[in-house]
Design a protein around this ligand. Structure first.
Ligand code: CTP
Ligand code: ZN
Length: 154
């Protein structure tokens, strides 16, 4: 028990992203736009034991309640993730991430001659055609993206 407490110390307030597929925690931070220069207190816990998943990653962002539209994008690479909003040490809200129908500015198109990959100031826009498994299709050129999605993160 003492070991468990050390690994996953409770936070007073903020957002806990739980049940991230092991190995995807840093990609979750990338999608959320949390980089090395963030002011937020962020804990990244990798490869912690989980009854459901065997191993999982956890990300805790203190003193920030992430909005649903911000966190839902992580379903691209962490489809089973659970979002927990914590206030005064208690989980006050819990929901599963749910991929939106359109994703703008998160993954780039695989097609090198796509208008979203040229110097045009056009953000890549992906239509979500399937959620499990994830199937994306470029809004501009119809190019599908289904595998190794993490490699196309911007
Ligand atoms: N958590 C936290 N700080 C708190 C409360 C919870 O960091 N003050 C974290 C827990 O460590 C856990 C997640 O938020 O990773 C969800 O907490 P809780 O709902 O208490 O855990 P479980 O019941 O195990 O969640 P689930 O049923 O979603 O697996
Ligand atoms: Zn395209």
């Amino acid at each position: 028990m003492a070991e468990r407490e050390l690994k996953v110390r409770p936070i007073r307030s903020g957002t806990v992203i739980d049940h991230i597929q092991a190995g995807q925690a840093l990609n979750v931070l990338k999608i959320l736009g949390i980089s090395g220069t963030t002011d937020a207190t962020v804990s990244v816990i990798m490869n912690v034991g989980s009854r459901k998943l065997g191993k999982k990653d956890i990300v805790k962002v203190e003193d920030r309640e992430l909005r649903e539209d911000e966190v839902n994008k992580i379903a691209l690479i962490a489809p089973g993730a659970t979002i927990n909003i914590v206030r005064d040490y208690a989980v006050v809200e819990k929901y599963a991430v749910d991929l939106p129908d359109v994703i703008v500015g998160v993954v780039r198109c695989q097609n090198p001659s796509c208008i979203s990959n040229t110097s045009e100031p056009i953000k890549p826009k992906m239509l979500v055609k399937g959620k499990n498994p994830v199937v994306l299709r470029c809004f501009y050129c119809d190019q599908p993206l289904t595998e190794r999605i993490a490699e196309y993160l911007l």
